[in-house]
Design a protein around this ligand. Sequence first.
Ligand code: CP3
Length: 351
Amino acid sequence: MRGVSVHQQTAASPFIRACRRESVPHTPVWFMRQAGRSLPEYHKVREGIPILESCTRPELAAEITMQPVRRHSVDAAIYFSDIVVPLKAIGMDVDIKPGLGPVIAEPIRTRADLARLRDLEPDDVSFVTEAIGLLLGELGATPLIGFAGAPFTLASYLVEGGTSRNHERTKAMMYGDPELWRDLIDRLADITTSFLKVQIEAGASAVQLFDSWVGALAPADYRRHVMPASARVLDAIGGYGVPRIHFGVGTGELLGLMGEAGADVVGVDWRVPLDEAARRVGPGKALQGNLDPSVLFAPSAAVEAKAAEVLEAARASGTGHIFNLGHGVLPSTDPDAITRLVEYVHTSTER
Ligand code: CP3
């Protein structure tokens, strides 16, 4: 297992130390979607290659993962992939359509459909192990974050057949056939667990569970219908000792339960200040976030003023803090604004 020696190498990094709520020389910073559409060098290397194909080419995925590390000097890399990659790897007919996002040819809506979702074997995603192997040499002491979609967010794509505003078919299954729903998200919890294990064993130093759309749920429904599956994923990888980050959007009312689900770090969107988020999440967790991604379109003085507010709320929270946006980098963001923000976070928090 390559993981072990890598974890020793990255343990002293500000990112891993902040995840563990240890003291840091400066606040670490990385950005969701730091690799990808905001970078001209990304468009160049991906020219003519469909997104899902680019995820299965180890050299290309490794190159795209490295691009923001070289350009912005962020404190962590995030492995370039998509949350539907493991679904494709077990044979689901899924595609990513430009401007639309993931599209599932035959959605999962009945018990018979469920049979098409088999468990993930490491061999299904050997390209991931290979890409992470390539990355480790280049990254050195910079940690690599692995990631996967959380059961609810994956289920929403599978049941709806694509991106959804209201998640109506997903909720119809959850409320109308709770047993089928439970079996579906338990199956997805297994797939997600297997996929995260592959990344950790290949050498990822931390992982993030993306439950991007879970903010669509009321707390009681989250607790009853979703939290057990997410908690099972987080628990199943707990033995590795790598920090586990749990993130969703619009989760202000869910932060307490997301803390309870078992992550080490809770990712927060821009709607809740971090000191208030810390109260909701409860003790013993670090926080990640939470500058509004749209702020990066304002002049740099305004970006710095808003970033200073995030840092001040993080100080007031009294817990570990990893600076990030409240959601991913928007595609038309000026890359120089991102570089300047990294510099600002580093210099203004130097201790
Ligand atoms: O910069 C890029 O976004 C280009 C590459 C790309 C990815 N996914 C990589 C990815 C593209 C075009 C997609 C399609 C896609 N997949 C979309 C966008 C549709 C569009 O055109 O706007 C969406 C919503 C998905 C599904 C998905 N993928 C979700 C919900 C998430 C979780 C993160 C989130 O944004 O809420 C992902 C993860 C994902 N896909 C990452 C990357 C690089 C995340 C890792 C990271 O944070 O860098």
